[in-house]
Design a protein around this ligand. Structure first.
Ligand code: HGY
Ligand code: MN
Ligand code: MN
Length: 416
């Protein structure tokens, strides 16, 4: 492969981050961009135009996954993919996911500027709904692409307004059967995602690049409590079946269970709670909480899932209320493909950039892409490891270095 020196246009790239962050339903510096909202659709339009302007062939599938393709000299060969997501959870930051989308686009532009001609086509992917915000389940686009989902069940999932995925995607202009979304076998020969670390290790170690070796195993549960409600003044304490008190007990049990698996990598969070009727002088009758449980290893993660089921059943009987646990997902961890990890390490060594192997505690679309092709991830540091907060920050220098490593990794993987 000819000696390549892709030059990243950092100024233009930072302007694109600024413009993309403007597509938000939150006050700056926070970003909120929920799948298939008007804001999301405007952001998609901006990205599609940017990809077309870069000379890439743009298409979308029935779920809104967006593909921007640079045809290779051997277009019949399986392509090499890169990309990430552009949806953002409420009141979060501007770099989660977008570093892999805008950074992936810039990597392709910088390679095109060098006159490089890939043998295998190179494709930038913008996945639909990596975040679980609207439907409670993350990675909808990459699950469907990789065949990791029951597509009928996916289309029947409803948001908090009771609107199904099928209704919402169709209203957004993404029509047709989801069965058409699943990629044919060996569509990709490799996939590489650039992403902020969403943790403190790279910054703490003063290392600019992480070569991800594995992605932790995520599980999400929805727990519904049905009590009897009633007047806050008139119902005496022994007569109560308070759904929110039950939920409160569960939340503390989740924390206790995650702390006692014996694995330092077990984490569990209750980040969503809805209370009905939600009046200060009315005893909560219906409460729904969503529980996020993860570990790098399956056994301790599954132990907390089992604890939740046990605690909910025992507590419902003791408190005299109805309760149900719905497993939204309980996925295995993913191992990144050694040849892809080695390609990233080799590029870093060629560029004289320090690089460390590491595990991703956050999940990503690569968790599902790893099921259909050799997959790897490139991490860059984010300030103090902060993410999913408005003060999430990755420096232009860190982003530029990540894009350079991505560009040369993609060139290496698409040159045979
Ligand atoms: O939650 C996650 O790990 C990802 O940011 N959706
Ligand atoms: Mn995220
Ligand atoms: Mn992300």
């Amino acid at each position: 492969m000819m000696e390549l020196n892709p030059v990243v246009d950092a100024e233009h790239l930072m302007r694109e981050f600024e413009e993309l962050a403007g597509f938000s339903d939150a006050e700056p510096p926070a970003v909120t961009r929920v799948v298939f909202t008007e804001t999301d659709l405007r952001a998609r339009q901006f990205l599609k135009e940017s990809c077309a302007h870069a000379g890439l062939l743009v298409r979308e599938d029935a779920l809104g996954n967006t593909f921007a393709r640079w045809e290779g000299t051997n277009p019949a060969l399986p392509a090499v993919g890169t990309g990430s997501h552009m949806d953002a959870i409420p009141h979060s930051g501007r770099f989660d996911g977008t570093v892999g989308v805008l950074g992936g686009l810039e990597a392709l532009r910088a390679l095109r500027e060098t006159g490089f001609q890939p043998s295998r086509s190179l494709e930038l992917l913008i996945f639909t709904s990596e975040e679980p915000t609207r439907f409670g389940l993350g990675c909808l686009g990459s699950r469907a692409l990789s065949g990791a989902a029951d597509l009928g069940a996916l289309d029947r999932m409803v948001d908090k307004e009771g609107r199904s995925l099928e209704q919402v995607r169709t209203a957004a202009g993404f029509t047709g059967p989801l069965t058409a979304v699943t990629l044919p076998d060996s569509y990709y020969s490799a996939f590489v995602e650039l992403h902020i670390e969403q943790g403190p290790l790279l910054e703490r170690n003063g290392v600019p690049i992480g070569a991800v070796t594995a992605i932790a195993a995520p599980a999400a549960l929805r727990v519904k409590f049905e009590g009897t409600g009633g007047h806050a003044g008139a119902v005496l304490m022994p007569d109560r079946h308070d759904a929110l008190c039950a939920a409160a007990e569960l939340i503390l049990d989740v924390e206790k269970s995650a702390r006692s698996t014996g694995s330092p990598d077990t984490v569990a969070t209750v980040g969503f709670c809805s209370v009905h009727p939600g009046a200060s002088n009315s005893i909560p009758s219906r409460v729904t909480v969503e529980v996020d449980i993860r570990d790098i290893a399956l056994a301790p993660r599954n132990q907390v899932v089992a604890d939740v089921k046990h605690v909910v059943a025992e507590m419902a009987a003791r408190r005299g209320l109805q309760a149900g646990v719905e497993i939204l997902n309980a996925d295995p961890p993913a191992t990144m493909a050694p040849p892809i990890v080695d390609a990233v390490l080799a590029v870093c060594s060629q560029l004289g950039i320090a690089c460390q192997r590491m595990v991703s505690r956050a999940y990503h679309d690569s968790l599902y892409m790893a099921r259909i092709c050799p997959t790897g991830m490139i991490f860059i540091p984010c300030r103090a490891g902060v993410s999913h907060r408005p003060d999430e920050f990755a420096s232009p220098e860190a982003i530029t270095q990540g894009v350079q490593v991505l560009a040369l990794t993609l060139a290496k993987l698409s040159s045979d």
